[in-house]
Write a protein of this length. Structure first.
Length: 226
């Protein structure tokens, strides 16, 4: 993965108020740490950072040029997003050096098509690997081409690029193939689903009636005491 050059400036305001003002200024609050150095608080341009993450993923390598003259390489270690606005709230960045090995979580993409009348369960969509900090893959691939029901894909089956090593159990389940339910099986379960739905709706209705009754009783009691 190629590095993305990005500018940054030191942050002098901290806490929630300072972070809000940084975001209102179109920047993302961030912290640089690692290699035994004191954490450094910086602000990154929101648009440039977002564009880089969209293109390169969460393991995008950044060449950061700070206005105080500091130049560093860093990988995102933790990214906080606003789930409603879909904006970046805060970023932790890990300092790295060229040739240094790092451990990261890399997304796993399933390729190919399994046999007909099967369903795919993607049990783990990321794997922990070690790689050169400047050569972290943006994704890994696992083939499910032609797999029949009952087949499994483990971490050990995932193709790793040269220089990338798996961390953890090679037997970790990445994906499994199961038989798709038949039309008869779906029809057989339909009455059970409908019954469960009706029961749930009835319980909700009873709860509403009990609540209204309690409100009425409380109101009558209040008027009596008055």
């Amino acid at each position: 993965m190629s590095e993305v050059k990005i500018s940054a400036e030191p942050r002098t305001e901290f806490g929630k108020g300072g972070a809000r003002r940084t975001r209102r200024a179109g920047k993302v609050p961030a912290v640089l740490y690692g290699h035994g150095e004191k954490p450094k608080h910086i602000a990154l341009p929101s648009r440039e950072f977002a564009a880089a993450i969209r293109k390169g993923g969460a393991n995008q390598l950044f060449a950061i040029d700070i206005t105080d003259g500091t130049q560093v390489l860093a990988l995102p270690k933790a990214i906080q997003r606003d789930p409603i606005k879909d904006t970046f709230e805060h970023v932790d960045l890990l300092l790295v050096r060229r040739g240094e090995k790092v451990t990261v979580e890399v997304p796993v993409q399933l390729t190919g098509e399994a046999a007909r009348d099967t369903l795919i369960v993607h049990d783990h969509d990321t794997l922990s690997v070690t790689a050169d900090a400047t050569k972290v893959p943006d994704h890994l691939e696992a083939s499910i081409e032609g797999l029949e029901a009952g087949s499994q894909v483990t971490a050990g089956d995932v193709q790793l690029p040269a220089g990338v090593e798996l961390v953890g159990d090679s037997e970790l389940m990445v994906a499994s193939v199961t038989a798709a339910p038949t039309a008869e099986q779906l029809e057989a379960t339909l009455p059970e689903v409908e019954a469960a739905t009706e029961e749930a709706e009835a319980e909700v209705g009873e709860g509403t009636e009990d609540s209204e009754g309690a409100d009425t009783a409380e109101g009558d009691e209040a008027r009596t005491e008055a």
